[in-house]
Design a protein. Structure first.
Length: 182
């Protein structure tokens, strides 16, 4: 063991660097990079930036950069919600939600619901919604109670709601039937 530092000192640093670069290049899997393309441009960009950062700085900085970029991508995706309303006559409408309905989206959802007359029979299909939290659900429930008093209704498919809502007794929320009575 005592001879090992002496042996390493006799090897030129350029040779050691070459071995490290060669080993690093062998770790880059081009098939995996091609496979990432089917998930979109963002995973490929994160992969390439991570690789570039590892080469330009060091392994830890590169990996942490890739981890941080992935967290930013996940946060961005988790905060996206597309809201649209389709009217089918004067008192019939459909509220379409696509994405993730979290507390961050409550103001937008509240503005949309405020534009719908309370005597409207509103249907909310959840087939394009991946998750809904309690804040958005309570907003919908409040609108449903107001609509019931004004002669309207709120319809949310209970099975679809059960699959997208966590940590809440969805049947107790008044939405366990096809029409919520409030």
């Amino acid at each position: 063991m005592l001879l090992l530092p002496g042996v390493l000192q006799s090897i030129p640093i350029a040779s050691l660097a070459g071995v490290l670069v060669f080993t690093g290049c062998k770790l880059v899997d081009l098939k995996a990079l091609r496979g990432l393309r089917r998930y979109g441009r963002m995973p490929v960009a994160i992969y390439l930036i991570t690789t570039l950062m590892i080469v330009a700085t060091d392994l830890l900085t590169g990996v942490l950069t890739g981890f941080a970029l992935t967290l930013v991508k996940l946060a961005w995706g988790a905060s996206r919600l597309k809201i649209s309303v389709r009217f089918h006559g004067e008192r019939e409408a459909e509220l379409r939600l696509a994405g993730t309905a979290t507390f961050l989206q409550v103001p937008r959802l509240a503005r949309t619901l405020a534009r719908i007359a309370p005597d409207t029979h509103l249907r909310v299909p959840l087939d394009r919604l991946t998750y809904i939290d309690h804040a958005c659900l309570e907003l919908l429930e409040d609108w449903g109670r107001s609509a019931t008093l004004a002669g309207g209704s709120l319809t949310i498919p209970p099975r679809a709601l059960q699959r997208r809502l966590e940590g809440r007794g969805w049947q107790r929320a008044g939405l366990g039937t096809a029409r919520s009575a409030g």
